[in-house]
Design a protein around this ligand. Structure first.
Ligand code: ZN
Length: 145
């Protein structure tokens, strides 16, 4: 039986090698660019919101396996969700990454799915910025809607 850490590593590598939702979207989709100078990660997130729901999402950019797999998992996780649900997921993910938030504690019943594979990153503080880059960029993109 492979251990949980091996399973998590496999999930991360799978998203890194076969990134979901790569590409870009034209207007009326909104977008934002994120950069993590500590590692050289670059991410651009495109989100098409229709009727308060993420109708489509695309990711472009380059960087380390943690940043790119986190972006891929994020894109798969948010597609079809309402903007409210997406914000709850962002908050839950940032909480998992041990990032202190202002305001109420995140709803821990929000399912993380494959994203749980990234929880081991918390043990490596310099990589946390890699893991949350896509999420911060997504939040910025959504603020443009
Ligand atoms: Zn990185």
């Amino acid at each position: 039986m492979p251990g949980l850490e091996d399973l998590y590593r496999e999930i991360i590598l799978d998203h890194y090698k076969n990134p979901r939702n790569r590409g870009h979207l034209d207007a009326p989709a909104v977008s934002a660019k994120g950069h993590n100078p500590l590692c050289g990660d670059e991410i651009e997130v495109f989100v098409l919101v229709e009727d308060g729901r993420v109708a489509d999402v695309r990711i472009s950019g380059q960087g380390c396996s943690i940043s790119q797999s986190s972006a891929s998992m994020m894109s798969a996780a948010i597609k079809g969700k309402t903007v409210e649900e997406v914000r709850a997921l962002v908050s839950r993910f940032r909480h998992m990454m041990s990032i202190e938030e202002e305001g109420p504690a995140p709803d821990t019943t929000v399912a993380l799915g494959d994203l749980e594979a990234l929880q081991g990153v918390v043990k490596f503080p310099v990589r946390i910025k890699c893991a949350v880059l896509a999420w911060n960029t997504l939040t910025e993109a959504l603020s443009n809607t």
